[in-house]
Design a protein around this ligand. Structure first.
Ligand code: SAH
Length: 480
């Protein structure tokens, strides 16, 4: 019997036990787990009432303490695993129970991949109304996972605090402002762990104080580190409350001396009472303003603030699949909606006549243009604005697309954009999704004119609950 103290940030215990449900807050129940939800929590039923238990796995029998009840479902905290699943794994991270960054380390990796494939299937069936089994079912392929599913993150954002006179950095303890120190994170690139540890040590030696959130005092708020996985270049960003850093030059010299790969040391000033990490002002203290990395053959410049995919290894897998589904041969016009810093657009441009990218954040479009120049790519046009406004305007101008690629945020595509796609009728639609439920909703609407050919889940965030996939849809009509 495995004892566990698995804790999760989540709904707090409530005194409201008046609901007509078969469990009450505070009660310890024994329950059979029948599935895992999209956040990686176990799902069980008591007299038909759904109970979510974080840390429990499908096929397990667990004892859990009910902490929160709602009309249709409740949450319970795992007390003990009475009968463990054969797929249960020992989480290698000693802080797994307290951190909350990962939610699936207790499930072996092969099963994580199967679970993510199943999540996609379930959403397509429940929300999209698609047939996912038997004859005529749409194909949901096995999840493409990593051969080495650890140390994949290229960016660390670590809040800094103090403990016994030393700087600590890691994550916030549950329900508090105090910071639990973490010297290594197993899904983080080693270079990032090393850089954070060096900065914590040096800043302590130089008497630099950590920011105190409660009293709004102190200086160092966050250490952000980015590494170019292909180039080995490292950027250290010190997020401080004010511009002046005591013994600044000594700190910079010591960081350079002790961190071999560092090519950029940057300061961001955030004087506000906020839990937003970055402030408006960024200054380069030493070295370059940017680091570089590659996804496939495409080179990217990454600044302190710019968005970049956090798992570049799997991003390449995802984009190669996107390129394959786009079926570009060199003669096509392609639209990349929600293009961010132009990553997919630049990938597609290799094999298209022209790519039009649209993105709502102006800074991302500035990066996209810079990245196009960096790679000598001339057959792309980027425009700032909402995809649902810009793409209809392109249509009015007579631009017609052979392929439309969408990679929307979690809330999915705007309905007006989907309506525009149905009007423009490109041969193929490639949907890159980080949220299977909004994906299923959107595919249902597109299914009026498009057939789902294939669904490929790609594991972008091993050991977390995140599910990413790419879908190929083809126009049902006659080739135009
Ligand atoms: N394709 C990019 C980014 C995808 S993330 C990549 O792979 O790196 C989704 C992007 O959609 C974000 O950059 C976000 O700023 C942008 N976005 C959100 N709403 C939008 C809208 N209505 N129109 C265009 N872009 C939008």
């Amino acid at each position: 019997m495995a004892k566990t103290t698995k804790k999760r940030r989540g709904p707090q215990p409530t005194a409201k036990a008046e609901l007509d449900v078969p469990v009450r807050v505070g009660q310890t129940v024994e329950v059979e787990m029948t599935g895992l939800n999209h956040e990686g929590a176990g799902v069980g039923r008591i007299e038909g009432y759904t109970l979510f238990v974080a840390g429990a796995l499908a096929g397990e029998r667990v004892r859990a303490r009910v902490e929160h009840v709602k009309k249709n479902f409740g949450f319970a905290r795992l007390v003990e695993v009475a009968r463990a699943s054969a797929h249960r794994a020992m989480p290698p991270c000693p802080l797994y129970d307290r951190c909350g960054g990962c939610s699936l380390q207790h499930l072996n990796y092969e099963e994580q991949l199967r679970h993510k494939q199943q999540i996609v299937r379930d959403n397509l069936r429940r929300i999209g109304g698609f047939q996912v089994e038997g004859e005529g079912a749409i194909t949901v392929l096995p999840t493409l996972g990593m051969s080495e599913p650890w140390r994949y993150r290229n960016k660390a954002q670590v809040p800094i605090g103090e403990e016994n006179g030393a700087l600590v950095g890691g994550f916030y303890a549950e329900k508090s402002h105090s910071i639990i120190d973490m010297s290594e994170c197993l899904i983080q690139h080693q270079a990032n762990d090393e850089a954070v540890n060096v900065v914590k040590k040096l800043a302590t030696e130089l008497n630099i104080r950590a920011y105190d959130e409660l009293h709004h005092t102190g200086l160092l708020r966050h250490v952000v580190v980015k590494v170019g996985v292909k180039t080995g270049e490292v950027m250290v960003v010190l997020v401080t409350t004010e511009e002046s850093i005591p013994q600044r030059d000594r700190l910079i010299a010591a960081i350079r001396e002790q961190l071999a790969g560092v090519t950029s040391i940057v300061q961001n000033i955030n004087p506000d009472k906020t839990n937003v990490i970055f402030g408006k002002k960024t200054v380069t203290l030493w070295g370059s303003d940017v680091i570089y990395d590659y996804i496939g053959p495409i080179k990217f410049a990454i600044s302190a603030r710019s968005f970049y995919q956090v798992n570049p290894t799997q991003t390449e897998v995802l984009y190669n699949k996107t390129l394959e589904y786009a079926g570009a041969t060199g003669t096509e016009t392609v639209i990349d909606a929600y293009c961010g810093i132009g990553t997919i657009s630049l990938f597609l441009a290799q094999k298209s006549r022209h790519v039009y990218g649209v993105e709502i954040v102006p800074e991302a479009i500035a990066d996209a243009n810079r990245n196009a120049k960096l790679n000598g790519v001339e057959n792309v046009t980027f425009e700032t604005g909402p995809a649902e406004v810009v793409i209809p305007a392109w249509k009015e101008k007579g631009i017609r697309a052979d392929v439309i690629v969408v990679d929307p945020p979690r809330k999915g595509c705007d309905e007006a954009l989907l309506a525009t796609i149905l009007e423009m009728q490109p041969e193929r639609v490639v949907y890159v999704s980080c949220n299977p439920s909004t994906l299923a909703r959107d595919l249902k609407m597109l299914a009026e004119l498009y057939e789902v050919k294939e669904v490929q889940p790609v594991d972008m965030f091993p050991h977390t609950g995140h599910v990413e996939c790419v879908i190929l849809m083809e126009w049902r009509g006659e080739p135009k």
